[in-house]
Design a protein around this ligand. Structure first.
Ligand code: FE
Length: 315
């Protein structure tokens, strides 16, 4: 009895997650770790002969893209339907943990009230202050897709143009680089995923502690549609040779025990609302209002978001 998992997630606690499943079910987990695009390419080139049962990856736009390529089979599981909230699943793939796209700002230079929404970052008052990674990155495409769902394509394009006009520098680096650039005074404000902040909050190095002391965090859009939430998730492949075991594994990921490992491994929030994570960094972030619009509705808009960002010059 085996289940073959292709995973673009690789955190230290994930090993315990897999070991527990084997202990509970006797099903051996064979895992191939890789970059998302490499794994998808591998599944496509292996075709019908692929040993892959499950693809685990991060970001709704990537899960949507894999689904659009026709890689996933319909998910039929009463357990998953009852455990995972409806807005965090689609017919063919499902979320297991969530991360928020938040705003960080230089506490010494920027007024918190001036950066309380994603929209506010396009205000000309912030000219030369905004740092954010490439507009081609899935994290930003997902944010753009959510914004299109709420405000429409024209308003999102106008926003992106304003954002680009406010850039402190051409987009470069990952989210952690943006946080460090804010702390260093190179940028006044940036958009980043919550777990990068949690990672720095939990770090013991004096450099990281200095970084976190310099920046403030804002939960964007608390008075409107809520902070944009992205996911880490999975789907079962159409060609899966061990479908029944694959379903059991996904149901296991939605169990109380696995939810804690799965989410805490990357400082994320579990999708199962009754599960409590013991994570001081997440606790410190406090309560906040998440955008609860269905992922099935906004994730297909990531392709439109790319066109909008291209037109706006967000490279
Ligand atoms: Fe990331």
């Amino acid at each position: 009895q085996v289940v073959n998992i292709y995973s673009a997630r690789h955190y230290s606690t994930d090993q315990a997650l897999y070991d527990n499943f084997t202990k509970e079910t006797g099903i051996v987990v064979r895992r191939i770790d890789g970059r998302e695009d490499e794994l998808v390419e591998r599944i496509r080139s292996e075709g019908a002969a692929s040993p892959a049962d499950i693809l685990i990856t991060v970001d709704a736009s990537r899960l949507f893209a894999a689904d659009r390529m026709g890689l996933f089979a319909p998910l039929q599981s009463a357990v998953l339907q009852s455990r995972v909230p409806a807005h965090l699943r689609t017919p063919n793939w499902i979320a297991f943990s969530t991360r928020a796209r938040v705003i960080v700002y230089d506490k010494a230079r920027v007024d918190r009230a001036a950066v309380s929404t994603y929209e506010s970052l396009a205000d000309p008052k912030l000219k030369g202050q905004v740092c954010v990674r490439s507009g081609a990155h899935p994290y930003n495409l997902s944010l753009g897709a959510a914004m299109i769902a709420h405000a429409g394509e024209a308003a999102t394009e106008q926003w992106a143009r304003g954002l680009v006009a406010n850039f402190a520098r051409a987009p470069k680096g990952g989210d952690t680089d943006q946080i460090k650039a804010v702390a260093a005074g190179e940028c006044g404000v940036a958009i980043v995923n919550s777990y990068y902040l949690a990672r720095l909050m939990r770090s013991r190095t004096p450099e990281d502690q200095k970084t976190m002391a310099a920046v403030g965090t804002v939960w964007p859009n608390q008075q409107s549609w809520g902070t944009h939430v992205n996911v880490s998730g999975a789907g079962i492949l159409k060609t899966a040779p061990n479908k029944a075991n694959a379903i059991r594994f996904l149901e296991y990921l939605a169990s109380d025990q696995a939810q804690v490992y799965f989410a805490d491994g990357n400082n994320e929030w579990p999708v199962v609302t009754t599960v409590k994570v013991q994570n001081p960094a997440l606790d410190a972030m406090g309560p906040w209002k998440a955008d609860a619009s269905p992922i099935e509705r906004w994730s297909p808009l990531t392709a439109d978001a790319q066109k909008v960002f291209d037109r706006a010059g967000w490279r």
